[in-house]
Design a protein around this ligand. Structure first.
Ligand code: ATP
Length: 206
């Protein structure tokens, strides 16, 4: 059987990488990944909790294994979503360029197969990331808009190279969830039930 070039291109496996503190993971993260998957026809999305996010080096995060476990619990029903412990195993500051390089070489991917998903707040500081130009060259950066984020100051050259998802704003953050836990509010509308149970049974964020 002969495949046309177009079919071959479509058959290429598209990969999404979604990095974050995930402290804790919330439904917003899952919605962002789902929107990226749907709009870009991504086959598989790896959720990658950072060991130490470069922009949060002065902040004490919840122990990495708890953050990873919550990600695992969130994605276990979805065979296209994977929890990835790469940055936690690598330890040290988790630079995106190192993670992209790892995926390109170890999964034998070309740049057009790799997508790196970020929220718009990440785009505002993107020029301060390690090797931003190289990141833009070796993957498609995919941006989800975020409430209260002004993209006016973002360099036009960066804006031209990223893909903006067309999706509704999601009014949720890990910070507000941590605050809700401390004030004893219900978490069920913000994250999968298994994650709520995990947080409560391990006494996290109190
Ligand atoms: P925190 O409140 O602790 O800073 P967060 O909710 O921003 O956490 P992170 O784990 O830091 O969650 O985010 C991982 C990625 O998801 C980041 O690129 C962030 O911009 C994006 N993100 C998280 N929540 C949203 C949201 N509601 N809308 C758009 N992007 C989001």
């Amino acid at each position: 059987m002969h495949y046309s070039g177009e079919l071959k291109k479509k058959a290429k496996r598209l990969i999404g990488l979604f990095g974050g503190s995930f402290d804790p993971i919330h439904n917003g993260h899952l919605q962002i990944a789902a929107a990226a998957q749907e709009q870009l026809l991504i086959n598989e999305i790896f959720f990658i909790p950072a060991a130490i996010p470069p922009h949060k080096q002065h902040i004490t995060l919840t122990e990495a294994n708890h953050r990873l476990r919550m990600v695992q619990l969130s994605v276990e029903d979805n065979s296209d979503f994977k929890a990835c412990d790469l940055e936690i195993r690598r330890s040290g500051v988790s630079y995106t360029i190192d993670t992209l390089t790892y995926f390109r070489h170890n999964y034998n991917l070309t740049c057009d197969q790799l997508h790196f998903i970020i929220g718009a707040d990440g785009l505002v500081n993107f020029h301060k990331w390690l090797e931003p130009e190289k990141i833009l060259q070796c993957c498609q950066v995919v941006v989800y808009n975020r409430a209260g984020v002004d993209l006016e100051a973002v360099n036009e050259n960066i804006k031209k190279k990223v893909f903006f998802l067309n999706a509704p704003l999601i009014d949720i953050s890990s910070t507000t969830i941590r605050n809700k836990i401390r004030s004893g509010e219900s978490l069920n509308e913000f994250m999968p039930e298994r994650v709520v149970d995990y947080i409560l049974s391990n006494g996290l964020y109190i």
